[in-house]
Design a protein around this ligand. Structure first.
Ligand code: ZN
Length: 450
């Protein structure tokens, strides 16, 4: 009886009908030169006996992996714990054809009837890099200045744009040409000479194409200035910007602002500028503050002295426009306000998105007359100039950014530069010859911002 009961118990156990459960990511997988995928097989009954993995493509079967685990139909699997597999798919090694395929995994257990579990994963095998055809020709870029490149891609990609050293400028679908793409990029003032711009396209399978751009660089004449710090100025600003966190030493407090807060604020600006309208919102030249004097230009090297001793160095990444005090600040071009609030050393500030990663910033305002999300037209009042943030006197700090990178605004004030560098590239029809006039290294026909 005991024996019969034991046999009965074994039969019941061995007759279990719960199939193994296979767990893996089942959304469409783009397989580039190599793909790795995790597979877990669990069986709540007698345990996992075999796992087989293959790919079906064009009616053919390509073996990926197979496993047989120790155990017997009498006692079940030696280990009842789930089995983990790391599947590595290298299309070249498997001689897989390009295109759609299915990854299939099947597992059996140690039950009498060998229950079968299965999972199917749709694959797209794509081991070819996207083709990038740059349609714009040789150009010249001023150090700190901007450029626009237009290109075609032969497949939809996951990411495209222009890489310049550490900086990546994201690309957009060309707003006026259905089959083309474009990227506004800059040669950041800090770019090392060997970091050359290149169009980068990465498809969904991770295949990357890099096409270096031909251009010549116009080096900027270095500008410098000395800022003499007074104790009363430092105390006022440290109190305004650090409040209760202000250290007792005014210089220590000032350096906190000029170094740490500057880095923090620029990181905030980069974050704000990471998303932009997919359409250009601006048109024509950007306008400067009327009836104003330029106090400082772009990439001016500033030395800060206190009691005749150098205490800090920073680079000024915008233009300073000084007018009458509390002068009206006009929007430099059409766009949408994406920031209108306190911004540390920039004081009360407004940031406008002009589309396709182009932004303008207005700092040190005494008051702000616009709100985040508001569309503004060229010339519309954003607020009034002031001395908020790290400003010694009433002025507008005007900066422009491409993505999170500060660029020289001078070109954008220049209708001729916009016409000659951008107009053709943004137009619905590509002109037959795209090379710029005067594209001879070091001999530009156009002198932007002269
Ligand atoms: Zn400034």
């Amino acid at each position: 009886l005991v024996l019969a009961g034991g046999v009965g118990w074994w039969v019941m156990g061995a007759m279990e009908s719960t199939p193994p459960i296979l767990s893996t990511a089942t959304s469409v997988v783009y397989v580039g030169s190599q793909h790795t995928q995790q597979l877990t097989v669990a069986d709540t009954g007698r345990g996992v006996q075999t796992i087989e993995v293959w790919i079906e493509a064009g009616g053919e079967r390509y073996e990926v992996d197979s496993k047989a685990y120790p155990g017997s139909v009498f006692s079940g699997a030696e280990a009842k714990t789930p089995r983990q597999l790391t599947l590595t798919i290298v299309p070249k090694d498997l001689k897989l054809p390009e295109g759609s395929a299915t990854l299939i995994a099947e597992a059996t257990d140690f039950a009498w009837g060998r229950n079968l579990g299965r999972v199917d994963v749709p694959l797209i095998v794509d081991s070819r890099s996207p083709r990038v055809n740059v349609t714009t020709g040789l150009t010249y870029i001023r150090r700190g200045g901007s450029e626009l490149v237009v290109y075609e891609l032969d497949e939809p990609v996951a990411r495209h744009g222009v890489q310049v050293g550490e900086a990546f400028f994201r690309g957009f679908a060309h707003p006026a040409r259905p089959s083309q793409y474009l990227t506004f990029y800059a040669l950041p003032h800090t770019t090392p000479p060997d970091a050359l711009p290149a169009v980068v396209a990465v498809d969904k399978a991770g295949n990357q194409t890099t096409v270096p751009l031909s251009f010549s660089v116009i080096e900027a004449r270095p500008k410098s200035d000395e800022i003499r710090l007074s104790e009363s100025f430092m105390r006022t600003k440290v109190g305004e910007l650090l409040g209760g966190d202000a250290p007792p030493d005014p210089l220590e407090g000032y350096l906190k602002l000029n170094r740490d807060m500057r880095v923090e604020n620029d990181a905030t600006i980069a974050k704000i500028c990471a998303t932009s309208s997919e359409e250009p919102l601006w048109s024509g030249a950007f306008i400067q503050m009327p009836n104003s004097k330029v106090g400082a230009g772009f990439a001016e090297a500033r030395t800060y002295t206190y009691n005749g001793v150098e205490v800090d160095r920073q680079t000024h990444l915008g233009f300073d426009f000084a007018s009458t005090s509390q002068a009206v600040i006009p929007a430099a071009n059409d766009g949408v306000v994406v920031y209108a609030d306190d911004l540390g050393i920039y004081g009360r500030a407004v940031i406008i998105d002009h589309g396709l990663s182009l932004f303008s910033l207005y700092g040190h305002s005494s008051s702000i007359a616009v709100a985040k999300g508001q569309a503004v037209a060229k010339g519309e009042a954003l607020g009034r100039s002031g001395v908020t943030g790290l400003a010694g006197g009433d002025h507008l700090h005007y900066a422009m950014m491409l993505g999170g990178v500060f660029i020289d605004p001078v070109e954008w004030f220049d209708a001729k530069w916009i016409r000659e560098h951008l107009a053709d590239k943004l137009s619905p029809e590509a002109p037959p010859v795209m090379d710029m006039p005067g594209d001879v290294p070091g001999a530009p026909a156009v002198a932007p911002g002269a």
